[in-house]
Design a protein around this ligand. Structure first.
Ligand code: CLF
Ligand code: SF4
Length: 531
């Protein structure tokens, strides 16, 4: 399928036209956002409703057990990263090269660097211990394609020794067009490109320099080369049928309004997913942005940009900005269990059949959970009026949910290190993201000084749904205007949230309470954490 040269790119005078490359992803129209052929464009994420009926069999095979490319899969399948690529060929103003690449990991984290041989050993060890680990990503600690020998040597060895593991890489895109053949040769099916701009006037505020063709370029010229290379690389990957995810770092005042254009430009070039991540910026990270006081976005600013991009490339909302050596399910990190000295002592047996059998069980559980959730949702209350009083059909609120997984409200408030956020309207519960918080319960006791930061993190929510909550945080949440709700413990999240919402609307309708708009919430900026 040919992409029209006019395309949907919004600023043809600033963006070079598409190069007329034939763009085909099996089963996916070139101009579609990727996730769905029937599921609609610009969905909140490749979310829980996405299944084999929503996309072509070829794409379903690629995404069904990739935790980053499928929101539902991330509850069941794990990924790991190996930090084999130390070099970088550009400078981002949000990066300090003492730490890992911030394009696919949280600032301020340092990974244990590995040789390709050590990396392969580690992958095999993790794969035999965690059979639901299905994806190996190379995401730094620098740029995966600035150390191409190490990256591709790791992929080559892995393909031979662990052929069932999906290969994934993350890059800033500068060197990408030179390595598309290698990427295809090693069956790397998933590539992330960090694209923060398509306009060099924006780019020069983010990138002071790049190193390209043995020469250093600065300012606007550097940004122009970078955006041209990123767009070319994206088109080449799409033409090869390789799934692409675009990461964009949202930098208030620099590219917040521009990311809509980025979303449309990458969609027109066949990007599968767009992951808009908040800038995390602190002076202690020693980055240009940290030192000049450039702030990150608030939770509502992030949501506003994501919402504005709806209708374009599908949005990923479950990213955890993980480490370049992360191991485990998204949101958990087990890298400490697999340090090189520990691997040396392990009895490692790579049993492909055992892994397959285990993953079949995981898939069965996922299907039955999915069905149970669908059934529960259809039984949720969707009242239009109660006792003859009509409920406000336009009302829209957000709630925070404490969960340990299985799609249920099943975590104690004090044990939560993150909350899932859902937006509710009459009859719909949409996942909009996660909020990291400091653990409230430490060593069996509530830490009252943590409460203000937790309230800040979910301050835009009308309620927090939990399995259990103590008297003290309950009172403080109420005082902050957030309703603590524990009567839906161990129910499926969407059903619980919609039933609470129906009850809330009826209390508003009968005058028991007054519906008040909520304020904004803060995205946690702390960086020196494990996961
Ligand atoms: Fe790693 Fe990235 Fe592959 Fe995932 S992470 S290289 S696509 S396997 Fe995932 Fe982590 Fe977000 Fe990245 S949650 S930072 S999006
Ligand atoms: Fe840092 Fe990654 Fe940017 Fe390179 S591409 S400067 S490693 S954030």
């Amino acid at each position: 399928m040919e992409i029209a040269l006019e395309s949907t790119a919004p600023s043809p005078n600033r963006l070079k036209p598409l190069r007329g490359i034939k763009v085909e992803i099996a089963g996916q129209p070139a101009s579609s956002g990727g996730c769905g052929t029937t599921g609609g464009e610009g969905k909140a994420s490749c979310g829980s409703s996405d299944g084999p009926d929503d996309m072509s069999p070829e794409i379903w095979e690629k995404v069904k057990n990739h935790p980053c490319y499928s929101e539902e899969a991330h509850h069941h399948y794990a990924r790991m990263h190996v930090a084999v690529a130390p070099a970088c060929n550009i400078q981002c103003n949000y990066c300090n090269r003492k730490y890992d690449c911030s394009n696919e990991s949280r600032p301020g984290v340092v990974s244990q660097k590995l040789t390709p041989e050590q990396a392969v050993k580690k992958v095999i060890a993790v794969a035999s211990e965690i059979p639901q680990m299905t994806v190996l990503g190379i995401a730094g600690p620098g740029d995966a394609l600035a150390s191409p020998q190490k990256t591709f040597e790791t992929f080559r060895m892995l393909q031979e020794q662990a052929p069932d593991i999906k290969l994934c890489l993350s890059t800033n895109g500068l060197a990408l067009p030179d390595y598309v053949d290698e990427i295809a040769k090693y069956n790397v099916d998933h590539v992330t490109i960090t694209i923060n701009m398509i306009d060099a006037a924006v780019g020069e505020k983010i990138y002071p320099w790049i190193f390209y063709n043995h020469k250093r370029y600065y300012g606007r010229e550097a940004a122009q080369i970078l955006t041209d290379r990123q767009m070319l690389g994206l088109e080449m990957l799409t033409a090869r049928g390789i799934l692409t995810k675009i990461n964009s770092v949202l930098i208030p005042g620099i590219n917040d309004e521009h990311l809509y254009e980025v979303n449309r430009a990458v969609k027109s070039r066949g990007a599968f997913l767009h992951n808009i991540m908040p800038l995390i910026s602190e002076a202690e990270h020693g980055t240009v942005f940290g030192l000049t006081g450039q702030r990150g976005p608030s939770a509502q600013e992030l949501k506003d940009v994501q919402d504005a991009c709806m209708g374009g490339a599908n949005l990923m909302r479950h990213c955890r900005q993980c480490r370049a050596d992360a191991v485990g399910l998204l949101g958990e990190d087990r890298s400490d269990e697999f340090t090189l000295d520990k691997i040396e002592e392990m009895d490692v047996v790579y049993d492909l059949e055992k892994r397959r059998a285990y993953q079949e069980k995981v898939e069965e559980e996922r299907q039955s959970q999915h069905q149970a959730k669908v059934d529960a949702l259809s039984a949720s209350i969707d009242a239009q009026n109660i006792d003859g009083i009509s409920l406000d059909p336009e009302m829209r609120v957000m709630v925070a949910v404490a969960t340990e997984g299985h799609g249920k409200v099943n975590q104690h408030f004090g044990h939560a290190t993150e909350f899932q956020i859902f937006e509710l309207t009459a009859g719909s519960a949409t996942f909009v993201g996660h909020r990291r918080v400091d653990l409230y319960c430490q060593g069996g006791f509530g830490e009252d000084e943590q409460l203000p930061s937790i309230v800040n993190a979910i301050n835009d929510c009308h309620a927090v749904l939990v399995a259990k909550i103590g008297a003290c945080p309950r009172d403080e949440l109420k005082a902050a205007g957030i309703e603590p709700v524990d009567q839906y413990a161990h129910e499926f999240i969407e059903k619980a949230a919609l039933n609470w919402f129906s009850d809330y609307r009826s209390r508003v309708a009968n005058g028991e309470i007054t519906h008040q708009p909520r304020g904004d919430a803060a995205i946690r900026q702390g960086a020196f954490m494990a996961a």
